[in-house]
Each structure stands twice: as structure tokens, then as C-alpha cells.
Design a protein around this ligand. Sequence first.
Ligand SMILES: Cc1cc2nc3c(=O)[nH]c(=O)nc-3n(C[C@H](O)[C@H](O)[C@H](O)COP(=O)(O)O)c2cc1C
Length: 186
Amino acid sequence: MTNVAIVYHSGYGHTAKVAQAVQSGVDSVEGVSSYLISVNDVNDATWDTLAKADAIIFGSPTYMGGASADFKKFADASSKVWFNQGWKNKIAGGFTNSLSMSGDKLSTLQYFVTFAMQHGMVWVGSATPGAQKPGDVNELNRVGSWVGVMTQSDNAPADVTPPAKDLETAQLYGVRVAEFAKKLSG
Ligand SMILES: Cc1cc2nc3c(=O)[nH]c(=O)nc-3n(C[C@H](O)[C@H](O)[C@H](O)COP(=O)(O)O)c2cc1C
């Protein structure tokens, strides 16, 4: 069995919805199990789960042009794993959600790439086709991101935003990362 963990922070539920969409994509790949972990629930058992994972997908809202402080707290705590390069050669991926169309989301994804490289992980980009009409809520990857997944949510409750196609974009990314993890785990 291949294991994929999704570790995310969400202050108000929007990024949590994206994380759930990623998880549904992972779960759709035969022979792959998912673990959805909020950084606010991390405990000793979480580190064991992450040690056994073939892939770890990082998720955070973009706050003040970067990953949230809660996510960063998790990242800093992972320095104990870094000392022994415990995540070396695992697959890595990432997603972020924010209010503005850009909102400097790329900074968050680029931070995730750096974080993954510090751990010796292997990054998987989104490879989602570009939207024909960028910004159109009826299109996949309307934000136009290939480093990882970017979704946009309005200033409204998480049960109505981000839109369905953004969540589908996240779901497809879950499939992609799970398939890579499955190949890697043989
Ligand atoms: C402290 C804070 C900082 C924020 N900074 C940004 C930002 O830099 N760019 C942006 O587009 N939106 C920003 N936002 C809006 C959030 O990204 C947006 O509300 C997002 O949906 C929150 O996700 P969550 O519900 O998972 O916490 C910020 C919100 C907060 C609370």
C-alpha cells in the first residue's frame, strides 16, 4: 500500500476544503491510502505517520504574502526530522488558497518547494492544462499555476467558495501526486 499525507493549515475553512479535494483525488487512485492532517492536530503519532508516507502534500492559505504562521510552526518543528533527513526522497507537493487572484500565492508555493528541498524531497508540479479564459470560474486551473495548485476564495463562507473547478483542479493534483508516489513505492 502506498501512503500519501496531506498536511495543511486553514484559519477559516477555505484551505481545508482544498485539502479535502486533494484527498479525494488521492483516494481515487487504487492502492493508495491518504492521511489528512491539520497542523493544529499534530502530535507524536503524526510524525510516525509522516515517516511512513511515500508522499507529503503541504497546504496553507496565503497570509501576508506567504505561508501562515501556523504552517510555519509545523515546518519549524520538522527540523527534528531534517537532522536525519527522514523525508529524503519522498514525493512532495503543495497547494495554497487566498482571496486575491494573485495575492502573492506564488511566494507560498515557492516556500513549499524550498521547504521540500531542505528535506531532500522530490517535488511534483501540477501539470494542469492552462485555462482558455484565465480567471473563468468554469475552467480548471483558472489562476494559472504549474508549480503546485492555487485556488481563490471570495470573502464568503467556505461552503460556497472556492468554486467547484478550483476544487477539481486540486482533486486532479491529488491524483497526480498519488500516481507518482505509487510508482516510487513500487
Ligand atoms: C492574516 C491574513 C493575511 C492574509 N493575507 C493575504 C494575502 O497576502 N493575499 C491574499 O490574496 N489573501 C490574503 N488573505 C486572505 C486569505 O488568504 C483568504 O481569506 C483565505 O481564503 C483564507 O483561507 P483559510 O480560510 O483556509 O484560512 C489574508 C487573510 C488573513 C486572515
